[in-house]
Design a protein around this ligand. Structure first.
Ligand code: NAD
Ligand code: MG
Length: 400
């Protein structure tokens, strides 16, 4: 007999890279976890496979045609899973009374609503969707505090910092004695490419990350280092850390996932093979530990750990993110929205790689003075930034 009550999980973004790794961990521990609901945007064939395997109570497809196809296929297979459709249903499966924990693994600002719904409902929230915190850090953290939700970071760096902080952190997000938070960064596929080649890199090259297999948007963000910029803002909100104590360290092996330095000079690091199942399993079982299917770290094989300062000329997006964090107000939401638009345009070959920062910068300049004290204000800042970014993208693509 199991000694644990079974935890029911909703996986938002189940068909993505993080969603699939989450279900891999679930499958290893049928005595601990059962799936309450799964969601995807429009990949009904992949979601069908997952639903047949995990038999959740609900499956949500955002796209209506994909939902109809999934419903028909499940009916034919004799499945009892109920298919819901649309983004309101995402909030329902995130906040439902029968749910114990929610994996927030939708990519981009689209994930904010359901992640916030889980936080407001006091769930154990496993947060992969960093964009949600960048957009609405204060609102999100306030919702967590008010509802008594438990917020556990899935992003490998933040999960590492969480593990390097005192155990009491989860209930006291302002630990004392911390001097610096050191976020490691692989530097992405273009860390050492000649600068003059960057203008012509393709989406395929940008998505070929040296150490991690990830969705396309975060892969491009890693190549520009905007991913690290978003993570600096994420760390600010998660750990109550001012920009001044957050430092980015380029560490190309991706073995040290991040570090915390204390005022006595101690530096605590978390190491492991680059496999997202480690932070996922850590957060799912927290405060216990479970097998994640990750192989042991072979330090003799790793042999060297290298560290470099980030090159802000090569990676202007990182500097823009620090500037947005310092500016506050609508700047982080603007940075995120303009980046999402620019990355999409780059993936569709409408603009070049170096144009991504060129789209974001003028948007940031124009958002000063815009307050973001409510969800509506955040969404308005997001919409305004997307409008500005699309205009910049049109200019840049016309000039190509
Ligand atoms: P992905 O592109 O592989 O998967 C995204 C998932 O979100 C899919 O299931 C997709 O159907 C769903 N989705 C996309 N747009 C949607 C929309 N508009 N509405 C509803 N659902 C939508 O992405 P991923 O790599 O799994 O990343 C997911 C999140 O986790 C991102 O925020 C990313 O920054 C973060 N993250 C990922 C990794 C990683 O290793 N992949 C590491 C750290 C953080
Ligand atoms: Mg990360």
């Amino acid at each position: 007999m199991s000694q644990h009550a079974i935890q029911r999980i909703t996986v938002l973004g189940a068909t993505g890279s993080i969603g699939q790794s989450t279900l891999d961990v679930v499958a290893r521990h049928p005595d601990r976890f059962s799936v309450f609901a799964l969601s995807a945007q429009r990949q009904d064939d992949k979601l069908l496979e997952q639903v047949l395997r995990f038999a959740p109570r609900f499956a949500v497809m955002v796209d209506a045609d994909a939902a109809a196809r999934l419903r028909a296929a499940l009916h034919a297979a004799g499945s009892r899973t109920e298919v819901l459709c649309g983004s309101a249903a995402l909030e329902e499966i995130a906040a439902a009374g029968d749910v114990d924990m929610v994996m927030a693994a939708i990519v981009g600002a689209a994930g904010l609503g359901p992640a916030l719904a889980a936080a407001r409902a006091g769930k154990k929230v496993l947060l992969a969707n960093k964009e949600a915190l960048v957009l609405s850090g204060r609102l999100f953290m306030d919702a967590v505090a008010e509802s008594g939700a438990v917020l556990l970071p899935i992003d490998s760096e933040h999960n590492a910092v969480f593990q390097a902080l005192p155990a009491a952190y989860a209930r006291n997000p302002a630990p004392s004695g911390v001097r610096r938070i050191l976020l490691t960064a692989s530097g992405g596929p273009f860390r050492a490419s000649p600068l003059e080649t960057l203008a012509s890199v393709t989406p395929e090259q940008a998505c070929a990350h040296p150490n991690w297999v990830m969705g396309r948007k975060i892969s491009v963000d890693s190549a520009t280092m905007m991913n690290k910029g978003l993570e600096v803002i994420e760390a600010h909100w998660l750990f109550g850390a001012p920009a001044e104590i957050i430092e980015v360290v380029v560490h190309r092996q991706s073995v040290i996932h991040s570090m915390v330095e204390y005022i006595d000079g101690s530096v605590i690091a978390q190491l492991g093979n680059p496999d997202m199942r480690t932070p996922i399993a850590h957060a799912m079982a927290w405060p216990e530990r479970i097998d994640a299917g990750v192989r042991s770290l072979d330090l003799f094989d790793v042999a060297h750990l290298d560290f470099e300062r980030p090159d802000l000329d090569r990676f202007p997006c990182l500097a823009l993110a620090f500037a947005a964090l310092r500016a506050g107000g609508a700047a982080p939401a603007t940075l995120n929205a303009a980046n999402e638009e620019a990355v999409e345009a780059f993936l569709e070959r409408r603009i070049g790689f170096l144009d991504i920062a060129r789209v974001i910068e003028p948007c940031l300049e124009r958002c000063a003075g815009f307050e973001v004290d409510s969800l509506d204000a955040v969404l308005a800042a997001d919409a305004q930034a997307r409008g500005l970014a699309r205009a910049e993208i049109r200019k840049l693509s016309a000039a190509r």
